[in-house]
Design a protein around this ligand. Structure first.
Ligand code: SF4
Length: 482
């Protein structure tokens, strides 16, 4: 295969006209505002997830809830198996239920089937809480989810919440809002409001590989009571206590800001945004929580804690910094707030971000990204595989950090990949996470497989194109070890 890309391949990487406002080069386009928080351009093959997926991402870690998907079986393929969320209690959330709508139901309506599914689940599982998700086809045929759920609630005396998440009605962000509204409904209908407010709620951690437990241990160490947390390792009873908190601490800003704003209006709980990814953001977040609570002892404890933990972590990171200095990374993640943390975290390891993008970033987040990024960094919102490929090639990225949908693209391009999404099984938050992150970046980018692909080992001059051939990383590593 020729080392040069064919003209046809280059043409395939061209951007469509409607996408041009969503992409900026930090320096060349310094007077141009990036377009974001908008519908995907038709035909652009967006990497974004659908509304239902956005809602399910947020609600699925509620461990004792039954998650019933009203739609064709394909929508229900989103299950615990593709999530790393852990539970300290119920394991019910590991199951996925579907009404399995077929052609007949789509023609004659699926409400009876939904009622029957709820009856069967209540009899078999005796749950206290059921979420019923609508999907694309339900939005099209117009099943009345609210009426079915209300009738079932009255019949069984349990909470059954319809989640309006038909895939086509917006983007993943609309799903986040639908999930936030579902949680708010629990607070409104069942909230355990007490006389005295205390502690914080932690919003937007999904307890991937126990990350909520790590963060909670830090908060407990500095003397912060965690009243409730959504949605990682949360359950119906814990969620109900949320109106009693003094403050909401929001980590996944993309999914939880809307709920935090509504809780501020309704329960007068102010919120602050934090991130526990990377040394700098952990430090800033712990300080921000302590200062916001106005507790002098807590502020002192934060300073002592941060000093000890940063020293310990820094010493371990030094090994990786030497091995990673000079590499280039392309970042494409779900939310803008996470992208901001990642820019700082990669910089700390000596790695330069050359492309930064997100599925659901907001204007203020892109403003921060532009301030942090180098002048020739490409910044893009709601990208598609063709654009990611184009800019990764142009900028010579050594690593792509993203989620499950980006992994095959990286491997097809012969580029290292770091998973920073919900599928992972190891924590990346907290000080432990900083070391895990550096280790993962080192393992992937310094893997011998990339040398084999580029022919460095065998003197073969070839380049594999994403459009032409995919690579199995594990096979390549095993082959190299032999
Ligand atoms: S809700 Fe619609 S877009 Fe989402 S998975 Fe189901 S069919 Fe696909």
């Amino acid at each position: 295969m020729s080392k040069m890309m064919s003209e046809e391949m280059k043409a395939n990487l061209a951007m469509i006209e409607e996408r041009k406002d969503f992409i900026v080069c930090n320096k060349e386009d310094k007077d141009k505002k990036i377009k974001c928080d908008a519908h995907s351009a038709a035909g652009a093959v967006s990497q974004r997830a659908c509304v239902y997926c956005g809602a399910r991402v947020v609600l699925n870690p509620i461990t004792d809830a039954v998650h019933l998907v009203h739609g064709p079986i394909g929508c229900a393929s989103y299950t615990f198996d593709i999530r790393g969320s852990l539970s300290s209690g119920s394991e019910e959330y590991r199951n996925s239920y579907s009404t399995d709508l077929r052609e007949h139901d789509i023609i004659f309506g699926g409400e009876r089937k939904l009622t029957a599914a709820i009856d069967e689940i209540v009899e078999a599982k005796k749950p206290k809480l059921i979420f019923v998700y609508s999907t694309c086809v339900v939005g099209v045929i117009g099943d009345d989810l609210k009426a079915v759920c209300k009738a079932a609630e009255e019949k069984y005396g349990i909470r059954i919440i319809p989640v309006e998440s038909s895939g086509f009605v917006g983007s993943k962000s609309a799903g986040y809002k639908a999930a936030g509204d579902a949680i708010l409904k629990i607070l409104e209908l069942d909230g355990n409001k007490k006389e005295e407010k205390y502690g914080i709620n932690f919003l937007g951690d999904f307890n991937l590989a126990g990350e909520m437990w790590i963060i909670k241990s830090y908060l407990e160490h500095i003397g912060v009571d965690v009243v409730s947390h959504f949605s990682g390792d949360s359950d119906y009873e814990k969620i109900k206590n949320a109106p009693n908190a003094i403050m909401n601490v929001v980590q996944c800003a993309g999914s939880m800001t809307s709920l935090a704003k509504k809780m501020e209006d309704k329960y007068e709980i102010p919120f602050t945004k934090v991130s526990f990814f990377g040394l700098e953001d952990i430090r800033v977040s712990l300080r921000s929580i302590a200062y916001s609570l106005g507790d002098f002892d807590m502020i002192t404890k934060v300073e002592e804690f941060v000093k000890v933990k940063e020293k310990e972590t820094d010493e371990k990171l030094e090994y990786y910094r030497k091995r990673l200095a000079g590499k280039k990374v392309a970042i494409y993640v779900g939310g803008g707030f996470k992208a901001i943390s990642l820019i700082k975290q990669f910089r700390d390891l000596g790695i330069t971000p050359v492309m930064v993008g997100s599925q659901t970033g907001r204007p203020e987040e892109y403003d921060t990204i532009r301030k942090l990024a180098d002048e020739d960094t490409v910044i893009l919102d709601d990208a598609n595989p063709s654009e990611l490929e184009k800019f990764m090639r142009e900028k010579g990225a050594d690593i792509l950090v993203g989620g499950v949908k980006e992994r095959p693209l990286a491997y097809k391009l012969g580029v290292a990949f770091v998973d920073h999404n919900h599928a992972r099984k190891h924590p990346l938050a907290g000080y432990e996470g900083c070391i895990n992150f550096a280790k993962e970046v080192d393992l992937t980018v310094n893997s011998p497989v990339w040398g084999i692909i580029k022919g460095e080992r065998h003197g073969v001059e070839h380049e594999l194109s994403g459009s032409i051939r995919s690579l199995d990383l594990e096979e390549q590593v095993i082959a190299n070890e032999k």
